[in-house]
Write a protein that binds this ligand. Structure first.
Ligand code: ADP
Length: 261
């Protein structure tokens, strides 16, 4: 609790009374703590690839063997790509937080979802995963089209990433009353129950080493959650280890697209 007080003076400067304000700053403190935690995490996540890049590039000039040199160059390249992904994800997160910079236009959900499907299908095919998209009717909402694409991209990308070869990933889009329901389900490795309520946190990973090796930044689902909230929607997750995971997103439909019904 923070206490602020001020004296109230009368016409001739005499003391008439005192105002005391008691302010509950537990939320403020929490927010501050989360911010500094985030900065510490970002620094750590940025430093790790940088340390590798520096180490391997310094050593490179002393290495004569061609195949070792190539291995070092591959590591430097991979780590630079990780840095790029990290920086892009951090920029995306901060742009969503600046609500003013977001577009507010009509989004053709069916058209945009098909784009994401075509973008990620090659990645699924490379693992022999069947990716499918089902949607019956055209659906529209108001918002920032780039954010909708990013939201679906992150969910489907994760589904493919955390599903073994020959598995299945489904995207289902349907209308539920005045809501658009987007379901992304997979037959992948699943998420243990005790982690389920934490996976939307920044840099939270179920298995730190494994998930980092998958190339993820640990920011994908934090971005998804931010986007869903900024669009006035909700997100739910359910999962069974070894069976698969399902994310369900509800987004508000564009009112004018159902008003005429
Ligand atoms: P990352 O970049 O590591 O994938 P995310 O924020 O996208 O980070 O996801 C957080 C964690 O949640 C992942 O590290 C992974 O452990 C888990 N996860 C996310 N999606 C799935 C999924 N479809 N199946 C299994 N685990 C998942």
């Amino acid at each position: 609790i923070r206490i602020k007080s001020a004296e109230i003076l009368g016409e001739r400067g005499s003391l008439v009374g005192t105002v005391v304000v008691l302010e509950d700053i537990t939320d403020l403190k929490k927010l501050e703590k989360m911010r500094s935690q985030f900065v510490a995490n970002v620094s750590h996540e940025l430093k790790t690839p940088l340390t590798s890049i520096k180490g391997f590039s310094e050593t490179l000039k002393f290495v004569k063997d061609e195949s070792t040199r190539n291995k070092f160059l591959d590591i430097i390249n991979d780590e630079s790509e990780r840095l790029t992904r990290l920086i892009n994800d951090i920029l995306t997160l901060s742009s969503i937080e600046q609500v003013k910079s977001l577009k507010n236009e009509e989004i053709d959900i069916s058209y945009e979802s098909e784009k994401v499907y075509h973008l990620l299908n090659p990645k699924a095919e490379a693992k022999n995963i069947t990716l499918s998209l089902t949607q019956k009717e055209p659906l529209f909402m108001l918002g920032d089209v780039d954010l909708y694409n990013q939201l679906l991209l992150n969910l489907v990308d994760n589904a493919i990433k955390y599903t073994r070869e020959n598995g299945e990933v489904q995207i289902r889009i349907e209308r539920e009353d005045t809501l658009i329901k987007v379901v992304v389900s997979d037959t992948g490795i699943g998420i243990p129950e005790k982690h389920l309520n934490r996976i939307f946190e920044r840099f939270y990973r179920v298995d730190k080493a494994r998930d980092r090796a998958m190339g993820g930044t640990g920011l994908g689902l934090a971005i998804v959650k931010h986007i869903v909230l900024s669009m006035g929607g909700t997100i739910e997750v359910s999962s069974e280890i070894g069976k698969g995971t399902q994310f369900v997103v509800y987004l508000p439909m564009y009112k004018e697209s159902y008003d005429e019904e």
